[in-house]
Design a protein. Structure first.
Ligand code: ADP
Length: 434
């Protein structure tokens, strides 16, 4: 609303004084002067030409109708400059409401309509905004005329935070007709990120603390009561090695995640043959599957299916999904891995198991860091709770999507979709990760 401050000065200058009349009549005055000068060579005596021009100019400047016209023009200009430019607030994506001293709505933009609902014309601000925090702020700013802001949060329908600001508008309008602007700055995303960061540090510390505490316990036992018990020492060393390995896995996964975050905005440029990559992963995991009593069945496309990507990262994705299917779907005893390019799904890799499946409420949260359906099962299966978070980050970088379908009691299918092939066998990944 800086524009209005500027307009205020122009408005004061717009009284219909002589200077203004001179300015508005400058063209006819100049034309008259040219005509008077031209009449001299045509034989009109100069004094007559001068008197004639003087009468013409005085008429133009002091005739009542021309004065009135000039005043009207000046008033129109002043009125226009006192009006805030509502077209501007309509372009803002920040919810913005303009109201007057009586806290009646003068204007709201589309963003405000979708945040608080549409106000009927001249409705009171309190008709939609019920929060005492915001209404108190409005009352204070109307009374004092000084910009102020408060933080406001609501829990229903979903948790949201806003910085609410009320500012008086500087216009040429009389004090009684003063306008005020109420804006909402959305802080929800920033707050959510803050909370995620704090939760993440707390979770990571907790995950590392547990094996560390166990290691320290065993060391103390071996220094004390089990000092001379050879059999106990051998058993304890085995457990200590497991705990140290668990810490190492966790640190590896945390480092993977942070590396991926650093490269999140750089799209991979290599070419990856999906069939060959998945075959390699299946071959590597076969011994583990055999130990678990799970058979992996692989279906490949007739033609090579190539996508743009980073081969090491995609190996990590498929390893995670196939390993999870073998571990958590162990009771199904069979895992089906399919690489295909279809009209409906584009180039994709599906890993299907016939295990216990995943209840509906867990599915949207599986890719959150440290989220597990069952913490003890995950720990027993050497999980860190970070596998699917890593998968999500890698796929986001590849502009690919992970789709999870699961029916409790029947099993789960995790599909990585790379989007439609654009030409030949080279699939360009286009769809954004959701
Ligand atoms: P973890 O290291 O615990 O395996 P992930 O991020 O890979 O972590 O998986 C998160 C959770 O999702 C697992 O703890 C498990 O509860 C669940 N999960 C993943 N894959 C499957 C699957 N195929 N069947 C059932 N549950 C699964």
């Amino acid at each position: 609303m800086v524009e209005n401050t500027q307009d205020l000065q122009e408005g004061e200058d717009a009284r219909p004084g002589l200077a203004l009349r001179l300015r508005t009549q400058i063209h006819p005055l100049a034309l008259g002067a040219v005509a008077a000068l031209a009449s001299v060579p045509a034989g009109v005596p100069p004094w007559q030409a001068a008197i004639g021009y003087g009468v013409f100019a005085a008429g133009l400047l002091f005739w009542p109708t021309s004065r009135r016209a000039a005043r009207k023009r000046a008033e129109k200009k002043a009125a226009k400059s006192a009006l805030p430019d509502f077209a501007i607030i309509e372009t803002l994506d920040m919810p913005t409401i303009v109201f007057d001293r009586e806290t009646q709505i003068v204007r709201q933009n589309a963003a405000a309509r979708s945040l608080v609902g549409a106000y009927p014309e001249r409705a009171a601000l309190s008709a939609r905004i019920r929060s005492p925090v915001i209404l108190d702020l409005v009352a204070r700013v109307v009374a004092r005329g000084i910009t102020e802001s408060v933080e406001y949060s609501e829990r229903v329908p979903s948790e949201r935070w806003h910085e609410v600001r009320v500012a008086p508008v500087a216009t040429a309008a009389e004090p009684g007709k003063r306008l005020f602007v109420l804006t909402f700055r959305d802080l929800t995303e920033a707050r959510r990120m803050d909370r995620m960061r704090t939760d993440f540090v707390a979770n990571a510390s907790h995950e590392l603390r547990t094996p560390l505490a166990s290691l320290m316990g065993f060391i103390e036992t071996m220094q004390g009561p089990a000092r001379n018990d050879e059999a106990a020492r051998t058993r304890f060393f085995g457990i200590m090695l497991e705990q140290a390995q668990r810490m190492a896995r966790l640190i590896d996964d945390l480092l993977s995640l942070s590396r991926l975050e650093m490269r999140a905005h750089v799209a991979p440029e290599g070419e990856v043959d999906l069939g060959r990559t998945v075959t390699h992963v299946v071959d590597t995991l076969k011994p583990m599957a055999k130990d678990l009593g799970v058979e992996i069945a692989l279906t490949l496309p007739a033609e090579p299916l190539v996508v743009t990507g980073d081969v090491d990262e995609l190996i990590q994705v498929f390893s995670n999904l196939i390993e999870n299917a073998c571990k958590y779907g162990q009771t199904g005893r069979r895992v089906e891995v399919t690489v295909a390019d279809t009209e409906a799904e584009g180039a994709h890799v599906t890993v299907k198991d016939f295990g216990p499946g995943i209840a509906k409420e867990h599915v949207p949260r599986l890719t959150e860091r440290f989220y597990r359906v069952d913490v003890e099962t995950s720990r027993a299966k050497k999980g860190t709770g970070l596998g699917l978070a890593i998968v999500k980050h890698i796929l986001a970088r590849h502009r690919a999507r992970l789709v999870v379908r699961s029916t409790p009691g029947e099993g789960s299918a995790f599909t990585v979709k790379f989007g439609r092939a654009e030409s030949g066998s080279n699939t360009k990944t286009k769809e954004l990760y959701k």
